[in-house]
Ligand binder design. Structure first.
Ligand SMILES: NC(=O)c1ccc[n+]([C@@H]2O[C@H](COP(=O)([O-])OP(=O)(O)OC[C@H]3O[C@@H](n4cnc5c(N)ncnc54)[C@H](OP(=O)(O)O)[C@@H]3O)[C@@H](O)[C@H]2O)c1
Length: 282
């Protein structure tokens, strides 16, 4: 049970997902504390200990999320995404506390031809993915009660993401080339937040995949956005290999979300419905 008096600490609570989770908790009358940089640093053990002391549940949305920059700053990526998560696990075990930790599709190499299930072997192809996988493993090794929720292709109102960047560039009249060989499920952080709130009272253990229903490639997703917003963008498709970037991207980010479905309070929305709602309130 999550009682209304229980205290939930949202690490990374000012980020894109953390902000929507804080709002979702407030809507449900749940007491949530937002912890984020610059006042709270997950790599600071004393601050982490204090967070564990003060809360009944920790939801970790804090992460080093700059995928390209992680290639040149691997130490920082590992400190935030791996070592701090392991330390959080140790402190949570000592306090007999359950932790919900957010992870990513980037733990996979994207070479599978089918949607990924939770038991598929991870094989990250960039530093960000490797650091997030290391965090998952350290959390597991800590022996604390925990749940790892992997999400993908998220967008929201409180951060930079594929959707908002694309709209900004189209409105600025830029020529847009978007890859048509990366496939996944665009997922609203408001829906991830609702899913997290469904899990809080149940405190499930293990790994769960969560994403909107259905799959699309990035180029078709861009077309959908511009059609819905009535923007006549100068848009063309290309391959991932045409876009050299410091970090390699998985081509297949599709999740099989069967495992989490029975724990959710409401059915998972098709990606089109959630994205349309998001675009309407922009
Ligand atoms: N966005 C996606 O497409 C996507 C896909 C799959 C998984 N995820 C995962 O979803 C989770 C939430 O990410 P998001 O999309 O909400 O990204 P985000 O907006 O970058 O949120 C991450 C938050 O963590 C904070 N943070 C970074 N270093 C920290 C530290 N040392 N101590 C405390 N807080 C720190 C960031 O603060 P600053 O902004 O000040 O750095 C930011 O507020 C992460 O676990 C991420 O790996 C995201």
């Amino acid at each position: 049970m999550v009682t209304k008096g229980a205290s939930i600490a949202i690490l990374g609570g000012s980020g894109m997902l953390g902000s929507d989770l804080a709002l979702a908790c407030a809507l449900r009358g749940l007491k949530a504390t937002i912890l984020d940089l610059p006042d709270f640093d997950i790599t600071n053990t004393d601050q982490l200990q204090q967070a564990v002391n003060d809360a009944n549940i920790i939801v970790n949305c804090a992460a080093y999320t700059n995928v390209n920059k992680a290639e040149s700053e691997p130490e920082l990526a590992y400190q935030v995404n791996a070592e701090a998560v392991g330390r959080l696990g140790n402190l949570a075990r000592q306090a007999d506390m359950w932790v919900l930790h957010i992870s990513t599709d980037f733990v996979f190499d994207g070479k599978s031809q089918v949607p990924y299930v939770e038991t598929d072997p991870p094989n990250p192809i960039n530093t960000y993915g490797a650091s997030k996988l290391a965090g998952e493993r350290l959390l597991l090794e800590s022996g604390c009660h925990h749940c790892i929720m992997r999400v993908e292709w998220t967008y929201g109102s409180h951060g930079n993401n594929f959707v908002t960047k694309l709209i900004k560039r189209a409105k600025a009249g830029e020529k847009l080339k978007v890859v048509d060989d990366q496939t996944g499920s665009p997922t609203a952080t408001t829906d991830v937040a609702k899913a997290i709130c469904s899990l809080l009272p149940k405190k499930p253990e293990g790994i769960f995949h969560f994403a909107s229903d259905g799959y699309v490639n990035r180029f078709d997703m861009a077309k959908f956005i511009f059609e819905k917003l009535n923007i006549s963008a100068d848009l063309s498709s290309c391959n991932t290999s045409d876009f050299p970037s410091p970090a390699e991207r998985p081509l297949n980010s599709r999740f099989d979300c069967s495992k989490i479905k029975s724990l959710l309070d409401e059915p998972i929305k098709p990606w089109q419905e959630a994205l349309k709602q998001f675009l309407e309130q922009l």
